[in-house]
Write a protein that binds this ligand. Structure first.
Ligand SMILES: [Zn+2]
Length: 653
């Protein structure tokens, strides 16, 4: 069952305009910044975020999907009527693929229009450049920047549809229609008012496609949504932390009337729809901006309300009345004292991003929900959407304090595209040389933040990814091509020294928990590196990511027990992260004798191995078993469940 607070309305609101076509063509990838940052070299702000620099770094990178699409446009281009928007699509995988291409325009008021560009068939390693003309732009405006996504869609080997997109671009036309400016998000923020082009009179609606049809924002019940602009807030050098005290400005709505303002983060994930429960759509989708810091201002810029939105991404009912307002939402989120600041690199520095959306209340009587849908999908909105979902999770495991996510930023000291976690900070890397950024993976983002959650709550276990040296091929990562030496340090199926399996298993569990309903028994998710599967009696086949995997044990079934089934020699004090993911999911979400996250942390911390903090400790199963017995007592059914679930998942070695 999916939580869909305020969502039915939202879906109906988006208008999808199918603008024909038979052309073959185009590209894509999607983060936010320019690609001029080389290396993961840390800035002073990043260094300060590291805090005590003895904290271990957890190296993770995904393998991007085997289709890459990216613009061959500069950061800022002025195109005449005969201009084209070239992009390249490449098959980076090992099997031939048919790739369907489309341009998707997202405009003010929630309008979305898609132009199909046909399909291309590419052999492994083959690429092609397509050059759609401006007549393929389905929405046109002179005063508002419209987002342009080039989308490449293919079928995975296991029959899932994946949509990969290029780095976002934006565009607007000159008032006479003779020129079209196409630019990246940095140019939009610097030169075009963050999306409201300076000096241009407001224009109602959009011109649609070559036919010039006028398209108005859809009529809504008692309100209209205007344009959205992006501004930059505090930089990481001068961190501004919103606090709960700001929530005191809450004018109560009069009895029987009031307007509640709800908003969303627009996201796009390549690994959506692989058996999980939440955020399952491929391509653009809108997630509730739960627990996001927001401000409602009237037309005089007076603050009508300020604070953190609720778990559905809504303000309380306010006495707004008829009039024009602005909703400001920031890449800062907080629930129960757990603050998460999301900084995204632009102009070479890290910033909190601010999204302002104009709206007008036209009917002030009765109760109204003003559903705002900011039509912008960039690096930071992807991360914000994941953080919002993580905070919504029941028993989410976060502790009070301030976490930081640096998006579009490589791990310090590693490649610009490498993601990792260090202490309270998670890093989500930039564009890969030949593949999309980790910011397009909702699993990787939740995984890295999951590492910070564990680090803060109990300390990070000993990191030693050297445990699979004696394992057979189904328990190592030799099938993962990795010239950089990071991606195959560990993988879902690799046999590791047990502490490495535990800490990676915890991060995988956090990703699984973020996107699955704990009240259900069918935990599913997408894994993000190549996986070696059995084929026939003796063979094997390498499956390209993303691929559907289970992340919990169905009721009445035996656990996966990958290590026991595939590399059973020398299991003592060894483990496989997939097995640990399943154990942690099973033991904290299933049945009436489950453990809470607090129980889990306490069992770890009170073990003889950890003795308080687990930082750098090597925690064996025997430690956890005896610690759980001491924590619950021998007769407590939660202790019995702990032992039984461990045995079922095959981690009790
Ligand atoms: Zn990890």
């Amino acid at each position: 069952m999916e939580r869909r607070d305020g969502f039915g309305k939202l879906r109906r609101k988006a208008i999808w305009v199918g603008v024909s076509v038979g052309l073959v063509a185009t590209i894509g990838q999607g983060c936010g910044g320019n690609g001029d940052d080389v290396g993961g070299g840390e800035t002073s702000s990043e260094r300060s975020a590291l805090g005590q620099d003895t904290a271990p770094v957890f190296k993770d990178s995904r393998t991007p999907p085997p289709v890459d699409v990216r613009w061959e446009l500069g950061a800022r281009e002025t195109l005449t009527v005969r201009g084209t928007m070239p992009f390249r699509v490449k098959n980076t995988g090992t099997s031939a693929r048919t790739i369907r291409l489309a341009l998707v325009s997202s405009g003010a008021g929630g309008l979305v229009a898609q132009t199909d560009l046909g399909s291309v068939h590419l052999e492994p390693g083959q690429s092609t450049t397509l050059r759609p003309g401006l007549d393929k732009l389905a929405l046109r405006s002179a005063n508002v920047s419209t987002q342009l996504v080039v989308q490449a869609e293919y079928e995975t080997d296991d029959g899932h549809t994946v949509r990969v997109s290029a780095e976002p671009r934006f565009y607007h036309s000159s008032p006479d229609g003779r020129a079209t400016m196409v630019y990246d998000v940095e140019t939009m923020v610097r030169d075009y008012g963050g999306g409201l082009v300076p000096g241009q009179p407001p224009v109602a609606g959009y011109d649609v496609g070559a036919a010039g049809t006028k398209l108005e924002a859809p009529a809504t019940q008692g309100y209209l949504q205007g344009p959205t602009t992006i501004a930059l807030g505090a930089s990481a050098d001068h961190a501004e932390v919103a606090t709960d005290s700001a929530q005191t400005v809450i004018p109560a709505a009069p009895p029987g009337a009031g307007q509640r303002v709800c908003t969303t983060w627009r996201v796009s994930f390549e690994d959506a729809g692989f058996g999980e429960d939440y955020g399952t759509a491929q391509g653009l989708q809108d997630l509730p901006a739960a627990y996001t810091y927001a401000t409602v201002k009237d037309s005089n810029q007076a603050v009508k309300w300020q604070g953190y939105l609720d778990g559905s991404g809504c303000t309380p009912y306010l006495a707004l009345g008829v009039g024009s307002f602005t909703l400001e939402q920031k890449s800062q989120l907080s629930r129960n004292g757990a603050n998460v600041n999301v900084y995204t690199r632009l102009f070479g520095n890290q910033f909190i991003w601010v999204f302002n959306t104009a709206f007008t209340v036209t009917n002030g009587s009765g109760y109204t929900t003003v559903q705002v849908v900011p039509p912008v999908q960039v690096c930071t909105t992807n991360v914000n959407g994941v953080v919002a979902q993580m905070l919504r999770t029941i028993d989410n495991g976060f502790q009070a304090g301030t976490y930081t996510v640096f998006s579009n930023t490589g791990c310090p000291g590693m490649n610009a595209w490498d993601s990792c976690a260090v202490g309270w900070s998670a890093y989500i890397g930039q564009l890969y040389p030949d593949g999309s950024s980790d910011v397009n993976s909702k699993i990787i983002i939740a995984h890295e933040i999951g590492h910070t959650v564990q680090s803060v709550a109990m300390g990070m276990l000993m990191t030693n990814y050297g445990g699979d040296w004696d394992a057979p091929q189904f328990c190592n990562c030799s099938h993962i091509d990795d010239p950089q030496g990071i991606n195959n340090l560990h993988c879902l199926q690799s046999k590791e020294y047990v502490s490495a399996a535990e800490l990676e298993g915890f991060a995988q569990f956090m990703a699984a928990k973020t996107w699955n309903n704990p009240a259900e028994t069918n935990c599913g998710w997408a894994y993000y590196k190549p996986f070696r599967e059995h084929q026939g009696e003796f063979g094997s086949v390498i499956v390209a990511p993303p691929m559907a995997r289970i992340c919990g044990t169905p009721p009445g079934a035996s656990g996966l027990s990958w290590m026991e089934h595939n590399c059973a020699l020398n299991m003592t004090n060894h483990g496989v992260e997939w097995d640990w993911q399943q154990f942690l999911w099973d033991v904290t979400t299933q049945g009436t004798t489950k453990s809470t996250m607090a129980d889990l942390y306490n069992i770890y911390k009170t073990s003889a191995a950890c003795g308080g903090s687990c930082n750098g400790k090597d925690v064996h199963w025997a430690d956890l078993e005896s610690s759980a017995r001491a924590y619950y007592g021998q007769a407590d059914p939660r202790y019995a469940n702990w032992v039984w679930r461990a045995n079922n998942a095959g981690i009790d070695h």
